[in-house]
Design a protein around this ligand. Structure first.
Ligand SMILES: Nc1ncnc2c1ncn2[C@@H]1O[C@H](COP(=O)(O)OP(=O)(O)OP(=O)(O)O)[C@@H](O)[C@H]1O
Ligand SMILES: [Mg+2]
Length: 239
């Protein structure tokens, strides 16, 4: 079953002569429990695509269906609810709440939704991200890698239909990057989560099952995951 799909998705900024076709007809399907990396040169439409998939922006035309829900049928409140209840996000800039502890940050999506954590799942997550002895620390007391692991746990705490990651390793050293990618990999392999990640980093893309490459707002490659060298070769060939 596809958890996310798009049909002839288009997003145009501006009008007439100066119009920019940031997405120019993108049709993609993402099955459950798959880890997809989206790559492409600067300006190729990666962020635009992520924003449309996550209901943060609306398409000029075409459709996005997430977890059986056609996004265009939802009003802004409906989109906000979908994001809160069904989607998880990890960003380059960790985006943790500074005054909350690691544990409070992890459970924040549930707190906001007025839901109780599933304690067994929470325990498993905390063990997986390896932060058991850091739960009372505030973000400023954690390394970048630890902060991003908190962010991954937060993104998974409500068992989202899809986890969107936008350059999740962009601010991390290679060791911390590997840890965070390993976590995303585990989320897919062990917990059956679906991950869609935008990255510029061939090493990060190599953690994925599938590689989608955009250029000029269109899909120019969609195939199986590659090792880092394969990713670099492919990028040279298609983008
Ligand atoms: N709000 C906006 N108004 C006008 N043009 C925009 C806007 N946002 C993006 N664009 C244009 O749309 C195109 C795609 O931008 P997008 O941000 O999706 O690229 P990207 O692949 O994420 O690039 P990067 O790797 O640099 O983050 C670019 O030409 C960009 O200049
Ligand atoms: Mg971008």
């Amino acid at each position: 079953m596809n958890i996310v799909s798009t049909a002839d998705l288009r997003r145009t900024y501006g009008e007439g002569e100066t119009a920019v076709h940031a997405l120019a007809g993108v049709t993609l399907s993402f099955p459950a429990a798959q880890f997809t990396a989206i790559m492409g040169p600067s300006g190729s439409g990666k962020s635009t695509l992520m924003h449309l998939l996550a209901g943060l922006d609306r398409p000029t035309s075409g459709s996005v269906v997430i977890d059986g829900q056609e996004l265009s049928t939802l009003d802004d409140a409906g989109l906000t609810r979908l994001r809160r209840d069904r989607l998880g996000f990890v960003f380059q800039a960790f985006n943790l709440v500074p005054v909350l502890t690691a544990l409070e940050n992890i459970t924040l999506p549930l707190t906001l939704a007025g839901r109780k954590p599933d304690q067994a799942w929470l325990d498993q997550l905390i063990e997986t991200v390896g932060l058991g002895d850091r739960l009372t620390h505030r973000p400023a007391e954690l390394s970048g890698g630890q902060q991003q692991r908190v962010a991954v746990a937060r993104a998974l705490v409500h068992r989202p239909a899809v986890l969107f990651a936008d350059e999740p390793t962009g601010n991390l050293d290679s060791h911390s990057s590997e840890e965070v990618l390993g976590l995303l990999r585990q989320a897919v392999d062990e917990f059956g989560q679906t991950v869609i990640m935008v990255t510029h980093d061939a090493q990060a893309a190599a953690a994925a099952d599938r590689l989608v490459v955009l250029n000029d707002g269109q899909v120019v490659h969609d195939g199986a995951g590659q090792d880092a060298e394969g990713v670099l070769d492919l990028m040279k060939a298609v983008a």
